[in-house]
Design a protein around this ligand. Structure first.
Ligand SMILES: C[S@@+](CC[C@H](N)C(=O)[O-])C[C@H]1O[C@@H](n2cnc3c(N)ncnc32)[C@H](O)[C@@H]1O
Length: 228
């Protein structure tokens, strides 16, 4: 039984519905709009403006459709910043579904269609140069099992299914593991703005900011590590 269905969100971009969980991979108000607002504008662009850096490592929880990866690749290419993008996923999406997604039509930059394909066709478990600015390592592994290196990533894209649908992704030991992998100057972003998440991140020593969310969502969370 196929439990994954393509849906169209309000900005015209696709998302997926996981019918077993009755949960979408992105906001139904607009998948691209949401990813741009939370992960690119308030995560990646925020970090780059603040740190004026040339190379960045990003860790993503939940590779899903590869939308965040494609938007980060576009950002890296347009801003000529080298990004190492490491993403984990327990349930890789079938190629027949991926090839129907309209992201590379809507997010246009030179060679975007080929690059989106490359993001998906590259081998799991290996680092692959998608272009001269973007290296991707996808890992078919759960956040519960993976061992993460300490203080390695500049940015965490925490893009798990919602706490109401997958509470095990938001428990303290997971947040602690991910936070330990963040560099001292690092930035942690997510679409979730639950009080318990904010309290847990604060108790892990992060400075938690509640920002306006994308259309259709009141708030989101950005958390900064150490003295920023
Ligand atoms: C909200 S979706 C991610 C959307 C994705 N970032 C994108 O751009 O399309 C959540 C993802 O987390 C994955 N996931 C579920 N359990 C996981 C686990 N234990 N470890 C890592 N990823 C998991 C799901 O399969 C799903 O692809």
């Amino acid at each position: 039984m196929n439990l994954i269905k393509i849906i169209e969100t309000r900005d015209g971009s696709h998302s997926l519905l996981n019918e077993a969980l009755n949960e979408t991979y992105h906001s139904t108000h607009g998948a691209i709009q949401e990813s741009l607002h939370i992960f690119i504008k308030n995560g990646l662009a925020f970090f780059v403006n603040k740190n004026n850096c040339e190379g960045i490592t990003i860790f993503e929880v939940g590779f899903g459709t590869g939308l965040n990866a494609l938007l980060a690749l576009k950002f890296a290419t347009e801003n000529k910043i080298k990004i190492n993008y490491h993403s984990i996923e327990t349930f890789p999406i079938d190629a027949e579904v991926i090839c129907q997604l309209n992201y590379a039509d809507l997010i246009s930059f030179p060679d975007s269609k080929n690059l989106f394909q490359k993001i998906h066709s590259c081998a799991w478990g290996e680092s692959t140069a998608i272009n001269e600015f973007f290296t991707l390592k996808k890992q078919n592994q759960s956040i519960h099992e993976i061992k993460l290196p300490v203080e390695t990533f500049e940015i965490i894209f925490f893009d798990a299914f919602a706490p109401a649908k997958q509470p095990d992704m938001w428990v303290f030991p997971v947040l602690e593991k991910v936070t330990q992998a963040l560099k001292p100057s690092g930035v942690w972003v997510t679409y979730c703005a639950k009080g318990q998440l904010k309290r847990d991140l604060k108790s892990l020593g992060l400075r938690v900011e509640t920002l306006s969310g994308p259309p259709g969502k009141r708030e989101m969370v950005r958390a900064l590590k150490h003295s920023q």
